[in-house]
Design a protein around this ligand. Sequence first.
Ligand code: SF4
Length: 370
Amino acid sequence: MPSEKQITVGGVPIGGGAPVVVQSMTTTETADVEATLAQARALAEAGCDLVRVAVPGRADADALPAIVAGSPLPVIADIHFNASLALRAMDAGVAAVRINPGNIGGPDKVEQVVQRAKQTGTPMRIGANSGSLPDHLRQFATNDPAGALVEAALEEVRLLERLEYREFKISVKSSSVPVMVQAYQRLSERVPYPLHLGVTEAGPAFTGTVKSSIGIGTLLGQGIGDTIRVSLTADPVEEVRVAWEILRSLGLRQRGPMMIACPSCGRTNVDVLDLAEQVEARLGTYDEVFEVAVMGCAVNGPGEAGDADFGIAGGRDAGFIYAHGLVLRKVEQSQLVDELFREVDAWIAAGMVRPKRGTRKHVLPMVPSA
Ligand code: SF4
């Protein structure tokens, strides 16, 4: 069930129907202000909305004022268990804190942290992780791991609600995709708060991308989830790229051009991989939202990718450029990519008008195999 409540983290709305927010986390030592800010800038450039930094010690907390001042993105301080670091982070002006309220030293400490959060207007991310469940839920977790995650999260929710504090989002992450999917589904039925999705310890780029895409994508496809972090054992910029691809694939947010490309088969007469790589590299320089198809043959290619704004289809010596479902012209193979982008640039300069497909005068002509 989609979240009802909306919170705001550093000016970014989360939940209550707001666009799904992309987060990542720096891998630098937070006390190294320059390195941390450099990574925050790279993440912002890649399209990250919020950046989280680990605050395991006093030196990291002391670096927060400079990081908050210099970061192009709202900064979330990842505290987990230490109440005094949470207080320092909030005093430094962070946009939010990630904390485990059930594990920061008892009711007095929780009250102290919540009071400061109310005074400073700081939201929190709370929630459970399959690797750090409280001891009393470990036995439960052996029979019902998703249920244990939900219960752990609900215990934290009750703790904060008793203190009349409701400015938080919740995560119930697991490294098991079926467990995290179930946990978020069940939690979404129980609380109105925004949910932060992720598959924890998903792994290196390839496996982590697959696991995160399935876990996060399944939930987003059901309308569950308000902010996402793809956890990869890789440069965090990769996490943001994958997160955006998930959102774009589901049509939830758009950013820059999309490319579709055929896998190629025995009908192709061109090196589709090479063409696709050339096109992808050039698309990376555009901010506009449009779709380009790279297809291996002129027999099936244009038809299969007819919904794309532009496309190229390979032939033996010459290929075809097409736009909005119509073949424009035959072009020498070596000129295909340049000619494609000439069309794209002219279309952008003319205002990116998309012809209404149903009212076109011509349908896609059958093009003989080149
Ligand atoms: S577009 Fe042509 S080359 Fe590409 S997979 Fe389809 S039939 Fe094969």
